[in-house]
Design a protein around this ligand. Sequence first.
Ligand SMILES: NC(=O)C1=CN([C@@H]2O[C@H](COP(=O)(O)OP(=O)(O)OC[C@H]3O[C@@H](n4cnc5c(N)ncnc54)[C@H](OP(=O)(O)O)[C@@H]3O)[C@@H](O)[C@H]2O)C=CC1
Ligand SMILES: CC(C)(CO)C(=O)C(=O)O
Length: 309
Amino acid sequence: MKIAIAGAGALGGRVGSQLFEAGYDVTLIDMWEEHVNKINEDGLEIQTETDTYTIDIPATLPKNIDGTFDLIIILTKAMQSVEMVKTLETQGAIREDTALLTMMNGLGHKDRLKELIKEDHIFLAVTMWTAGLRGPGQILLEGSGSIIMQRADGIDTPLGHEINDIFNKAKLNSKLSDDVFLAIWEKVVVNSVLNPLCTILDKRIGEIAAYSEVDNMIGPLIQEIVDVANSRDVALDYNKSFEKIKASFPDEVAGLHYPSMHQDFSNKRPTEIDYLNGQIARYGEEKGIKTPLNEMITHMVHQLEMKNQ
Ligand SMILES: NC(=O)C1=CN([C@@H]2O[C@H](COP(=O)(O)OP(=O)(O)OC[C@H]3O[C@@H](n4cnc5c(N)ncnc54)[C@H](OP(=O)(O)O)[C@@H]3O)[C@@H](O)[C@H]2O)C=CC1
Ligand SMILES: CC(C)(CO)C(=O)C(=O)O
């Protein structure tokens, strides 16, 4: 199977390199020219907890793509995905039977991709893997993770099993789900609480957790997200969501981390707020559910982003 990783930053680098090291035909596609050139000239440098090494994985700018792919894994930031898919179409990289799989954080990916690709060719995935980008051509891979995936229309097909097997051969610890939307919302609730709060307050996750009133602070925000998810027939549970967020508090889990939104803001890059709290507020409005906390948080992060413009 010919696989492309469209958006080969930190996580795209992880997924792409693990597939490549498992023996698959993988091409990294990215719009960051310096990154692509460095990978092609010196290889992709991978730093793990124990080792630093390079792999000779091919990388290309979208405009230089040559040929088509059987599977394209979209791992741009959420706001870049539509532009990336349109460019791949223009470049002729997507055939009638090409499968597109998104593993990005946030909400609404199926609806956006459905405008461009037939639903029965779209796979939705959510991942607990993490990765860091240390510079052009250099990624940092620590910890362990997993993937949960399902075809966007919910239908179980041999191709779904094939992709799942490929991920497992690459040690990506993947499972086929019969309710990927619940898995997506279970991650979204964590990201929509911790990411903007740490960004607005300029704190690590553990510093938010150390506040004696933290439960009272985040409880109403979690409730708004649960209400919106439930209105869309997603069985997100309030107590389970609370526990999942609190499970990340200890230093040995994620307490010492600044969430990815904080990192994006610090690196003067746009955040994914519109695909987290912003999208929750829009879904709430569609169903007549008030989401003042999500709206306020979205405005606050946009105000912060203005500082970087
Ligand atoms: N990293 C992680 O641990 C996890 C990430 N995710 C999700 O995966 C998706 C991809 O995230 P992630 O891999 O972290 O994103 P990155 O920021 O590492 O990379 C995304 C893209 O941003 C651009 N970019 C990044 N840094 C620079 C830079 N310094 N200069 C120029 N361009 C740069 C590159 O493309 P371009 O030049 O085209 O902008 C790159 O492909 C997101 O939806 C994220 O939420 C999900 C779970 C964990
Ligand atoms: C570490 C964690 C869970 C914080 O929400 C995360 O997913 C991120 O940084 O985006």
